[in-house]
Design a protein around this ligand. Structure first.
Ligand SMILES: *Cc1c(COP(=O)(O)O)cnc(C)c1O
Length: 344
């Protein structure tokens, strides 16, 4: 059976990701890796890794060994760093993936790696005050004899540049004396905290994908664009309600475009969504449904069933309007989209 056409498209601009990656690296004055965990925040880890490695990215960060395995040979030429570290059940996968290495988080993981893969490179995550994963500075004696590539830590408050916790974590990190080849502290937001936070490598995720990790980050290009197909056009007369709860009632003759995209695809249900056409905005009216959204196109040029409308998805603006984080917006994009990766 030929596939039925999708009602919604997600376009991922690989060129914009690479441009953001270069912008971040130039700003830091140091190499940038790329966080591609959670399928590159929902945008497709394999095509994104392949593109960034071809552009010269040498360090990729995933959460699990399953994610590392999914990359296959895409990541050839780069090191794949695994944030969850290692447990005994991961060792066969680790053996099969010679260019991946665990980011060790506990003394037990350090002992396991030391014994199972003597001399093979690893990284260390040191907890300097987020209390998620990581070794306490006092545990670092348990890492003696390991071949440590990156000594790293993770900032809790980097998106609030004035937060005093940033400097506390930086001081604690800078004081660590354990042997290593490279040091890395900054995620996307950390890359905007200034040269003291850069060390040898930055590890952006969100900013690569067009998110603004802090108010100062106005130099990043939008990466993900949503388009929805018009399934029906309707004409409302004054008094006609729209959608569940009849929360919108037409006060004048109104033309509606009903498009095939809804909250099941990750469009926030909160008010404020907009469609974009030829540089103008058209408001979503009524409640966003699971698979359908109504757009007031009264002032738009002539439209037909089957036409595509862009749905605004600039991450900082959409996050502010919906009260959801930029990370949730990206990772919440659903599986029904026809996904396209633009290469130029
Ligand atoms: C996810 C993650 C990153 C990337 O974070 P962003 O805020 O998306 O830039 C960097 N480092 C670690 C340890 C992470 O878990």
């Amino acid at each position: 059976m030929p596939p039925s056409p999708a009602a919604a498209r997600l376009t991922i601009d690989l060129h914009a990701i690479a441009a953001n990656w270069r912008t971040l690296s130039a700003r830091a004055g140091a190499p940038a890796g790329a966080a591609i965990k959670a399928d590159a925040y929902g945008l497709g880890a394999v095509p994104i890794a392949r593109y960034l490695v071809a552009q010269g990215c040498r360090d990729l960060f995933v959460a699990t060994w399953a994610e590392a395995a999914t990359l296959g040979d895409t990541a050839d030429g780069a090191i794949v760093h695994v944030l969850h570290g290692i447990e005994a059940a991961d060792l066969p996968t680790a053996k099969a993936l010679p260019t991946a290495q665990p980011i060790l988080d506990t003394a037990e993981q350090a002992a396991l790696w030391h014994q199972a893969a003597p001399g093979r490179a690893c990284d260390l995550m040191v907890d300097t005050g987020i209390n998620r994963l990581g070794l306490a500075p006092a545990d670092l004696s348990a890492t003696q004899g390991l071949n440590v590539d990156i000594l790293m830590s993770h900032l809790a408050c980097a998106d609030e540049p004035a937060h005093p916790h940033n400097a506390r974590q930086r001081e604690a990190f800078a004081a660590l004396g354990t042997p290593h080849r490279r040091r890395s502290l900054a995620n996307s937001a950390g890359a905007y905290l200034g040269p003291d936070y850069v060390f040898d490598l930055i590890r952006p995720g969100l900013a690569l994908y067009g998110g603004a990790p802090c108010p100062a980050a106005t130099d990043l290009a939008q990466v993900a664009r949503l388009h929805a197909r018009i399934l029906q056009l309707r004409q409302l007369t004054p008094g006609d309600p729209v959608g569940y709860g009849a929360t919108f009632i037409a006060i004048c003759p109104t033309r509606l475009a009903i498009v095939g995209l809804g909250y099941a695809d990750g469009l926030p249900r909160a008010a404020g969504a907009k469609a974009l056409l030829d540089g103008r905005e058209y408001p979503v009216v009524g409640r966003v449904s699971m698979d359908l959204t109504a757009i007031d196109v009264t002032d738009a040029p002539p439209l037909a069933v089957g036409d595509w409308l862009e749905i605004a998805f600039d991450l900082p603006t959409t996050a502010a309007a919906s009260g959801r984080s930029q990370y949730e917006l990206l990772t919440g994009l659903g599986r029904r989209f026809q996904r396209r990766h633009l290469r130029a």
